[in-house]
Design a binder for this molecule. Sequence first.
Ligand code: FES
Length: 438
Amino acid sequence: MQPTMEDLKQLVQPNRTHRRIYTDPDIFDLEMERIFGRAWIYMGHESQIPNSGDFLTLNLAKKPVIVARDGKGNIHVMHNQCTHRGAKLEGKACGKARIFRCCYHGWTFKTDGTLMGVPDKKGYDGTDFDIHDPALSLKQIRCESYRGFIFATLDDTMVDLEAYLGDAKTSIDNMIDRSPDGELEIAGGVLRYRHNCNWKFFVDNLNDTMHPMVTHKSVGDACAAYIKDLPNPDDYSREADIINPFGSSYEFFDEMGVSVGPYGHAFTGGQMSIHSEYRDIPDYMDAMHKAYGEKKTQQILSINRHNTIYYPSLTIKGAIQSIRIVRPISVDETEIETLTFRLKGAPDEMLQRTLLYSRLINSPSSMVGSDDLEAYVRLQEGLQSGGTDWVDMRRYLGREQHPDGNMTRAIGTSDISLRNQYAAWLDFMTHEDKKKAA
Ligand code: FES
């Protein structure tokens, strides 16, 4: 049964959330309508569709959509649905099209969605059929790009994208600044990883800094032991460089800090993060110095954030140049997509490091991400039981925080990121009810 506004307020309180929001299929359906159907949802990067006719297909709030670049170079997000009898129009995940042609009766559409042709058109003579009727073109969805990152919203009243991203957009800025040419380009394919859990467990985990030293202890300890036994402890592999910080202490993560902003966005880190101590790649430093000079390079690289969440669908690691996208499937299934960027003008070794990071941390064969997945699946199973109804998020409640632009900064192991996300969750979920009541 669909929950009322009063039910929803009971389920998300300032210090705890009810287990039902992770396990109830009716709540999941309402989230698709009210969160994924209203927020700015990440669609893809412009470099994935660089030329006219390039397209991607995906789901937005369970609706199939096409993201396409038209003949004039403009980007459209459109319902992936033929306007004849409603068949899903494009079946491929990505590709290049001159036109979109429906597989059922052959209606054709331009890459900007305009209806172009119908077979044996004389059959419509004498009817009110008009090939120029805008209602027969693919239905457009509001979309905007921020510096190459394409988002779409099904709500025409939502604030514009830049206002939605707020000061959290500086994480995107910093990732782009790390390119000597000031440009990013998706490199390689998409790493898709099905998680048997509710989408929120993945998002909750991104800035949960109380888990690495427990969940990832085995790999952290093994990595520390490997380094300790080396004849020269400074001469360890790139793999150890990447994994070692996951075994850091509570004090380290406290110092790293966390910032939260409007609409549920947040990032961990600031001047330092688990990526700060990665060893330099000399050719990259040379390219950066050449492009920006030493002072500006130092300024760019001194911004060191771990995960930034653009709630609810995108998370980026600017210092690593990888992103993960949250694609909810059902109440207990979520697809996580990892994509990696090439920093234009940087040596290939930078991309190699990014790809290695994805394999080690995010892939199904990862030594770190698979630990997290085990925890998410246990949460999904555990919260079915009713032994306890509540999920706690009280750590550092109301303490150790101060304003920072339009964001709020707190000690790194605070649960503030969870509290901020669930305040946004409740706001999205009750927005329609509040509008009706006003
Ligand atoms: Fe697409 Fe008929 S349903 S052409």
